[in-house]
Design a protein around this ligand. Structure first.
Ligand SMILES: Nc1ncnc2c1ncn2[C@@H]1O[C@H](COP(=O)(O)OP(=O)(O)OP(=O)(O)O)[C@@H](O)[C@H]1O
Ligand SMILES: [Mg+2]
Length: 306
């Protein structure tokens, strides 16, 4: 039941500023939140926290941020035996401004150096490979080595690296930004236009299943060729950082437990909704029981996960 999460790891420093930032002003802040972050890392932490054998495949430097990431991610039950071997790199980190009033966040990310990194493979075939498009070579290597594994891409931004990962993915679960950048136009509002967009995404890897997440507006996907709109579960959002990452981690966990596509999306959706009520990304991952209880309360119980 193993889940390999291939992509980015970063250290997030988040400040809450509940107003629009105006250039040339000084903001005096009293608190901030620090924790590991980035899509693959957050996805791995969801799966680890929920008790699945979860592995992170990312580049992490031998520096202070790297050491803090390793300690906290291990604390979530994530195995780091298959980290990428990228000698000399510094760990990626982000400064984030979260606006608790609007539920929006602005991220300033300093990536790791893109030096060539070498991959190590496990002996056993992973059930799920969750990738975020940040390590396309490693993603392709994993997908080719383990054709039996279900590959999921968290397609955030439509860059060539994300496209490379999407082309080998069985599940393309994209953000609105990715869908709009890919089609070159705003996501249509009408059923026909959205269906057309989803079909366009399916062509990236024919036979794959696709969904597009729309933040607090929920998500859309196709079931038997028909459009389904899944509203978001309402939340008192204070910080949406990592909601998408956590969504994908829960989605991958659901796949590893044999859930249907629709149930994986439902579990992802509730997990992400709850995560927005707390500051920080990795720190805001709820327990599995909390998610399952909330789903029951909302009248959409998911059987077999306890
Ligand atoms: N404010 C919110 N309230 C309730 N649910 C939310 C909220 N924001 C996100 N979600 C849930 O999380 C899912 C993914 O969020 P979103 O579409 O924002 O991901 P994203 O664009 O990949 O963002 P990121 O990865 O930066 O967090 C949504 O489909 C929805 O189910
Ligand atoms: Mg995302």
């Amino acid at each position: 039941m193993s889940i390999f999460c291939v992509g980015q790891a970063a250290y997030d420093i988040t400040a809450r500023v509940d107003e629009d930032i105006i250039p040339d002003q000084k903001y005096r802040l009293t608190t901030h939140t620090e924790c590991p972050g980035a899509p693959a890392l957050n996805g791995a932490c969801v799966c680890g926290k929920w008790g699945a054998p979860s592995y992170l495949v990312a580049r992490i430097g031998e520096d202070a941020y790297g050491a803090m990431i390793k300690e906290q991610v291990r604390g979530c039950g994530v195995n780091l035996d298959y980290l990428l071997d990228a000698p000399g790199v510094s760990t990626s980190f982000s400064f984030i401004v979260a606006n608790g009033k609007t539920g929006t966040r602005t991220i300033f990310n300093f990536p790791s150096q893109p030096v060539e990194a070498s991959v190590r493979f496990p002996e056993e075939v992973p059930d799920v490979i969750l990738c975020d498009g940040h390590e396309p070579e490693a993603t392709i290597a994993f997908a080719e080595k383990f054709p039996q594994a279900a590959v999921v891409v968290d397609a955030g931004t439509c860059r060539e690296s994300t496209m490379q990962a999407a082309r080998v993915s069985d599940y393309i679960v994209s953000s609105r930004a990715f869908a709009e950048q890919y089609t070159g136009k705003p996501l249509p509002k009408d059923d026909e236009g959205i269906t057309e967009t989803l079909h366009a995404l399916e062509e990236i890897n024919p036979g794959c299943k696709v969904a597009v997440t729309l933040g607090s507006e929920g998500l859309v996907y196709l079931e038997g060729g028909k459009l389904v709109r899944m509203p978001a579960f309402p939340a008192d959002t204070i910080d949406s950082t990592g909601a998408g990452d956590i969504f994908h981690g829960a989605f991958a966990y659901g796949l590893s437990r044999g859930l249907s596509f629709a149930d994986c999306l439902t579990v992802g959706s509730m997990t992400a909704s709850i995560s927005t009520t707390k500051m920080g990304s990795q720190r805001s991952i709820p327990e599995l029981d909390e998610v399952l209880d909330a789903l029951e309360k909302h009248g959409c119980p998911i059987a077999g996960l306890r």
